[in-house]
Design a protein around this ligand. Structure first.
Ligand code: ATP
Ligand code: MG
Length: 740
């Protein structure tokens, strides 16, 4: 009956069979954590330990949820399981939408993305007369987000006397921002997580309902959950405590966004009865790749430590490729792709190119295009971030939630209908005085002072058109509604006439693509017997992550950031830009905790590779319009040289180094790592990448310089103790080492 359990190893099988009570599966990359979780769900259903509707599975991306669902369908041979499966955000949105009426929330609430939140904050800051120089809306947004994630509400802050003036003002802005969201019937991403927690605490009967519903809860990538997600899980788990979490502390890469590694490290403190399973066999990567990745991550201090092994062959060595600059690096990437295709019969889709920052993709894309290599890029300008798509979505958002003034402001004069900012501001003040929404105020434009009759009629016309479509909402399905509105509002016409032919065609194509996606969404949802209206579609779109728009079926090389690559695997992986300042990223390398997170990110990247891993590095790179000479990433030093192969040319070098003595190769590599004199700005005494000696901490390498003169701050990473220190030059007592 459970034949499929034979597709698991002994330890994985044990973890599947331990169905009752809390379970922690903690294991390294590629050891089958996600697979074990999937089989566990299949087992629960097949054994009838739970109905599909009693299972909640949380994945890190919507794409992962979709794949897990597909896998389950194959394992169980049944269609459309009524399983709750998705990201924390989508699960929360679903709970809130279901309970909306009971908790004083509109069922049609809008979800604000970070961009919408920043727009809202910009307005609030300016209405309070606060300068955007001192109070950068983006900074304030991330402060508020962090507070929310730690469950600190504005009233908690305002209760106490805050010493810091900045904090005091942030607290007030935070309060105004919450009021703004409420008035707009909008929730931001953080609200999606914390509102259900509040609901469960305030309405015990709602909590009881979900406790009864979810008999088994499973969470993948648990190492990247934040505090709010932890609190939510604690409430969702019922007295049976059937919670199974899987994760890898070495792959925790979202600390900068509030993820709390303690959630996984302290799991058995919360659940002392938890059973812990460790999976140690890696099924993904050739041995050389695994050994190299292990050697790198071993340098981190804060980890549980584990012994990951594979029965796979050693495979090729890891190829280290050195380029002159980013254009040359891109060219070498093209050579790698060609070489892999011709000598190893790979197709484009077998290959992934990873990088630390999105900006690095431009140079790569240029070369790929020039060489007619098809590629898909994840991130960058996302489909749903395109102007024409945002315009259409804003129309739809207003239809669903007329209180959403951020969306309304976007479309009120788009396409141009002669309703300027000044007019909108007048109407907005009227709305505030009357305590009505901006949309309702449009309907009463004749009462607003100082608005001409012509202007008034333009506004009214727009209002009546929107009103008409709101009334049609129940009669037409989502696609019909959207396509009629788009042509009636003149959006199609605008794109047909306002741009040159090429651009207008591509924008119209995109809008049609949006409708096609809506149609598919409606079909899928109806198949599952779930909401398929416009509100549901907009919710799905708001919760899309970069990776969710990835079309795997196309045969193309994949380009993405290291962060996006989490959980994925490819036969060939190439990690680019392995230079100090870029990987680890300068901003983050000053602090040991952050340096360790960068190292984990590198570990995540390396462990995506199944058969071949390439690491590239450019001696010179243009970033932010300025060029810098770079030293290799300190992480490269951490890979044992015997696992590395040094490459200057890609094609035609096959076998060239075979037979060469190891020492020779090593010498070459070491010579390479030594800085080339001309490549360094040595105007000052110290420079980034310089090797130095310190009496107490031993040998180190400079990773950042700030300020100048005696007060210059020098950040040094000391290899022996694995520590990073920020030292003041005057007192630093650093001696430059000969080997520079
Ligand atoms: P990550 O840490 O990157 O998320 P993971 O631990 O979730 O990795 P999976 O993605 O589940 O690992 O598995 C890695 C690869 O190994 C997949 O291709 C999977 O199908 C395969 N695999 C895992 N366990 C087994 C097994 N027992 N037999 C055969 N293949 C397996
Ligand atoms: Mg996984």
């Amino acid at each position: 009956m459970e034949d499929f359990l034979n597709e698991l190893n002994e330890e994985q099988r044990k973890a599947v069979l331990a169905t009752d009570g809390p379970v922690l599966i903690i294991a390294g990359a590629g050891s089958g954590k996600t697979r074990t979780l999937t089989y566990r769900i299949a087992y629960l259903i097949k054994k009838q330990l739970a109905k599909p509707s009693e299972i909640l599975a949380v994945t890190f991306t919507n794409k992962a949820a979709r794949e897990m669902k597909e896998r389950l369908t194959t394992l169980l041979g049944s269609q459309a399981l009524p399983l709750w499966m998705g990201t924390f955000h989508s699960v929360c949105a679903r709970i809130l939408r279901t309970e909306a009426e009971h908790i004083g929330l509109s069922r049609n609430f809008t979800i604000y993305d970070v961009d919408d939140s920043v727009r809202a904050l910009r307005k609030i800051l300016s209405s309070k007369g606060l300068s955007p120089q001192k109070f950068n809306p983006k900074v304030v947004q991330s402060r508020i987000s962090r507070l929310k994630n730690h469950f600190v509400l504005p009233e908690n802050l305002l209760e106490q006397e805050l010493d810091d003036e900045y904090d005091q003002i942030v607290a007030e802005v935070y309060q105004a921002y919450m009021a703004f969201l409420k008035k707009n019937e909008a929730l931001d991403f953080d609200d999606l997580l914390i509102r259900p927690i509040q609901v469960f605490d305030d309405f015990p009967e709602i909590k009881a309902k979900y406790n009864k519903k979810f008999q088994y809860i499973l969470v993948d990538e648990y190492q990247d959950t934040n505090h709010a997600q932890y609190l939510l899980l604690k409430r969702l788990v019922n007295e049976r405590k059937n919670l199974c979490v899987v994760g890898d502390e070495d792959q925790s890469i979202y600390g900068w966004r509030g993820a709390d590694i303690k959630n996984i490290l302290n799991f058995n403190r919360d659940f002392p009865e938890a059973r812990i399973f460790k999976l140690e066999e890696n099924y993904r990567s050739h041995n050389n790749i695994l050994q190299a990745a292990n050697a790198v991550v071993r340098n981190n201090k804060s980890r549980l430590g584990k012994n990951l092994w594979t029965r796979k062959q050693d495979g090729p060595k890891i190829k280290l490729v050195v380029a002159d600059d980013e254009a040359d690096e891109a060219l070498k990437v093209v050579e790698i792709i060609h070489d892999e295709m011709y000598t190893h019969k790979r197709s484009f889709k077998d290959i992934a190119i990873l990088y630390r920052t999105n900006a690095q993709s431009r140079a790569l894309e240029d070369q790929l295009r020039r060489n007619a290599i098809s590629y898909t890029i994840i991130g960058g300008v996302k489909f749903y971030d395109r102007k024409e798509i945002k315009d259409v979505l804003a129309y739809l958002k207003v239809l669903v939630n007329p209180a959403d003034s951020v969306a309304l402001r976007r479309i009120i004069n788009f396409p141009l209908r002669g309703v300027g900012e000044t007019t909108v501001n007048k109407i907005e003040r009227f709305a505030e005085m009357e305590n009505i929404t901006l949309f309702d105020a449009l309907g009463r434009v004749e009462e607003v002072a100082n608005i001409s009759a012509t202007m008034g009629s333009r506004v009214k016309q727009f209002y009546l058109m929107m009103k008409k479509f709101m009334e049609l909402k129940d009669e037409l399905n989502a696609v019909e509604l959207a396509s009629t509105l788009v042509s009636e509002a003149g959006i199609m016409h605008h794109y047909q006439t306002e741009y040159d032919q090429y651009e207008s065609e591509s924008r119209i194509e995109n809008i049609k693509e949006l409708f096609a996606t809506m149609e598919q969404f409606t079909r899928e949802r109806e198949g599952e017997g779930r909401d398929s209206d416009l509100a549901a579609f907009l919710e799905e779109v708001s919760l899309m992550t970069d990776i969710d728009t990835w079309n795997e079926s196309s045969n193309a090389v994949t380009l993405m950031t290291l962060h996006s690559a989490k959980g994925l695997e490819f036969p060939v992986v190439c990690i680019t830009g392995l230079e100090m300042g870029l990987m680890p990223l300068q901003r983050t390398s000053a602090d040991l905790k952050e340096l360790e997170e960068e190292r984990r990110l590198f570990y995540v990247g390396m462990t995506r590779a199944m058969e071949s891993l390439y690491l590239t590095y450019a001696k010179y790179r243009r970033r932010y319009n300025a060029g810098t000479y770079n030293t290799p990433s300190l992480f490269l030093d951490e890979i044992p040289t015997e696992l590395l192969e040094f490459k200057t040319r890609i094609a035609g070098t096959r076998g060239a180094s075979r037979g060469k003595r190891k020492t020779e190769r090593k010498a070459k590599l070491e010579a390479y790592f030594q800085n080339d004199d001309q490549n360094q700005d040595r105007s000052g005494e110290f420079f980034v990448g310089q090797k130095v000696y310190h009496e107490t901490f031993g040998k180190g390498q400079i990773i950042q310089l700030e300020g100048s003169g005696d007060k210059m701050k020098i950040t040094v990473h000391f290899g022996r103790d694995g520590i990073t220190k920020k030292l003041i030059k005057k007192f630093a007592n650093l001696t430059p080492l000969e080997e520079n």
